[in-house]
Design a protein around this ligand. Structure first.
Ligand code: CA
Length: 227
């Protein structure tokens, strides 16, 4: 499970991250609201811990943008004691739970476990459509017309991430970090192998989608309209 921590107090963010990683979660940290939102919209997180008072964009606004983009993952808001009203407002606006600072680590972990159970229960196996294909999340298949082809979990994560970042180049570093996590020993070369599998599978179902290599920078997904 991958948790995004959006917290501008760097010491607190580091402590949270360390605590969660000791429990076996992967974490990423954003230190302001804008980059927090940007990360949240990548669609790769299973949960977000979101502070309210943040530079660039406050947590309430980040939350509302997350929900506007139909990202339904659990959000645990962090509030200072003086921000009780924010807390109520946050819950009204799509937060799943909140925790008042300072909090103890056992309570935080208990809340996270509760939220992740809730997520599993309500998780909808949503399909995602892009250009001429649909990704079936329940079976990890690419569907096109009457054809389908099975992907591995990692291939699925890769193509999903590329689609979510349509129009942008996604670096190999970012793919590795978001799919395998920081502590991985996966080689960047193996990304190329996964990408080549994906290309073959897209071709096999006759899709016009093309994953192009931006040399030295990463990959970008395109729709080849001319066939
Ligand atoms: Ca703060």
């Amino acid at each position: 499970m991958r948790i995004l921590i959006v917290e501008d107090e760097k010491d607190l963010a580091a402590v949270l991250s360390e605590l969660l990683e000791m429990e076996g979660y992967y974490t990423d940290i954003s230190n302001d609201g804008e980059s927090g939102l940007d990360n949240a919209l990548s669609g790769i997180y299973d949960m977000i811990i979101l502070d309210i008072m943040l530079p660039k964009m406050d947590g309430i606004e980040v939350l509302s943008q997350i929900r506007k983009n139909n990202i339904s993952i659990p959000v645990l808001m962090l509030t200072a004691k003086s921000e009780i009203e924010d807390k109520v407002y946050g819950l009204d606006n799509g937060a799943d739970d909140y925790l008042t600072k300072p909090f103890n680590s056992k309570e935080l972990l208990a809340r996270i476990r509760a939220l992740s159970r809730r997520k599993e229960k309500t998780l909808v196996e949503e399909n995602m459509s892009f250009a001429d294909i649909t990704l079936d999340k329940s079976t990890y298949e690419i569907l096109k017309d009457t054809q389908k082809i099975k992907l591995s979990k990692k291939e699925y994560d890769l193509i999903e991430l590329l689609i979510l970042n349509y129009g942008k180049v996604v670096s190999k570093e970012s793919l590795v970090m978001k799919i395998w996590g920081y502590d991985t020993d996966v080689e960047y070369n193996s990304i190329e192998v996964y990408i080549s599998f994906l290309r073959k599978k897209l071709k096999a179902v006759g899709s016009q989608i093309h994953i192009s290599t931006a040399r030295g920078r990463g990959y970008t997904i395109k729709e080849n309209k001319n066939g």
